[in-house]
Design a protein around this ligand. Structure first.
Ligand code: NAP
Length: 307
């Protein structure tokens, strides 16, 4: 087996603790060498408060994984690439498209790996859904992505600040699956965005794309949570449920597993393969749809929101 590579994990918050640390610990490819976080740390792992300090002190750490929110992430990614480190980005890959283009140019110029991850694409049934749709014509598709922001992002005010993307923070996961499985690309035609009166980003969005594709995102869903994508073709109907983890064809079970475990181990395995091959992977299609919705969307002001 190839030797383990050293990775620095940056932004020790919710997703770092829930998913990144367990995935790295269980990986045959990675050794968690150190962390960078202003307040957070991981037990028994060297902790730095700033990225420049870490880059100077640990030239032996070749890879930096950024689990920060999108707005502060660029400065950290740029510093890591300029210091000659490969970089792995949480989703969404940045606050703006131009920012990510700049990182792509920097990585390409220096021969470094840049991996913009989309964890939902690693859900159990996504590859099977893509294979089933291959070569078919889509007559209609609908995304229903309704969850409770208070349950999944308790107190995380950054999601409602400029660049936090609001309901598109989960919605972009649905769009990452959609853009992976559809046999032909679609583009946004119109959108209606609901902004709480006291917030900068939408709490709900309804999107209309070309090709009969529509989406309904809502962050106010209490009780059962819904992460479904339904796709109709002349040859039958596909339903992806549970965030891409369960597949049904014509209403009958056709694969997947009713669990969300496994996405982050798959992302770290992919990063290891990219670094070893000297390649990058940056697909901005999901983020283009979000940027288009924020460009084209009609604004509707709704009730103020507090956590
Ligand atoms: P979070 O817990 O609110 O933030 C992660 C860490 O980033 C914080 O603990 C903080 O660490 C650091 N940070 C926050 N704001 C910063 C700033 N302005 N400057 C420097 N550091 C800052 O967020 P999260 O839920 O883990 O989400 C992080 C990313 O992962 C997002 O892009 C999100 O979309 C993605 N993600 C989240 C989930 C989820 O379920 N939460 C799931 C999948 C993906 P320090 O204060 O210690 O520096």
């Amino acid at each position: 087996m190839a030797h383990k590579m050293k990775v620095a994990l940056v932004g020790i918050g919710k997703i770092a603790v829930d998913q990144h640390v367990p995935a790295i610990d269980a990986s045959p490819d990675w050794d968690l060498a150190c962390t960078v976080s202003r307040k957070g740390h991981v037990d028994e792992v060297q902790a730095f408060a700033g990225i420049d300090e870490m880059l100077a002190a640990r030239p032996d750490v070749g890879v930096v994984s950024l689990a920060l929110p999108p707005v502060p992430r660029f400065a950290y990614a740029e510093a890591a690439l300029k210091a000659g480190r490969h970089v792995m980005l949480e989703k969404p890959p940045g606050a703006t498209l131009a920012e990510i283009h700049a990182l792509q140019a920097l990585a390409a110029d220096r021969g470094l790996t840049l991996y913009a991850t989309w964890h939902s694409r690693m859900a159990h049934a996504v590859a099977a859904a893509k294979a089933w749709l291959h070569g078919k014509v889509v007559s209609r598709a609908h995304i229903t992505w309704r969850e409770d922001v208070r349950k999944w992002h308790p107190g995380q005010d950054w999601v409602f600040e400029p660049g936090g993307m609001g309901v598109f923070d989960p919605g972009i996961n649905a769009l990452s699956i959609l853009t992976e499985i559809l046999p032909a690309p679609v583009h946004l035609q119109s959108a209606e965005l609901e902004f709480p009166a006291n917030r900068q980003t939408p709490i709900a969005a309804r999107l209309v794309f070309s090709g009969g594709v529509t989406a309904d995102f809502d962050w106010r869903q209490e009780g059962p949570q819904t992460w479904d994508i339904a796709v109709e073709t002349p040859e039958g109907r596909l339903d992806l449920r549970m965030g891409g983890n369960v597949l049904e064809i014509d209403g009958r079970p056709a694969g997947g597993a009713n669990t969300i475990m496994g996405e982050y181990p798959a992302l770290y395995a992919r990063m290891a393969a990219l670094v070893r091959a000297g390649e990058s992977e940056v697909d901005l299609a999901p983020m283009v749809h979000v940027a288009d919705a924020l460009t084209l969307g009609r604004r509707v002001v709704v009730e103020a929101f507090e956590f």
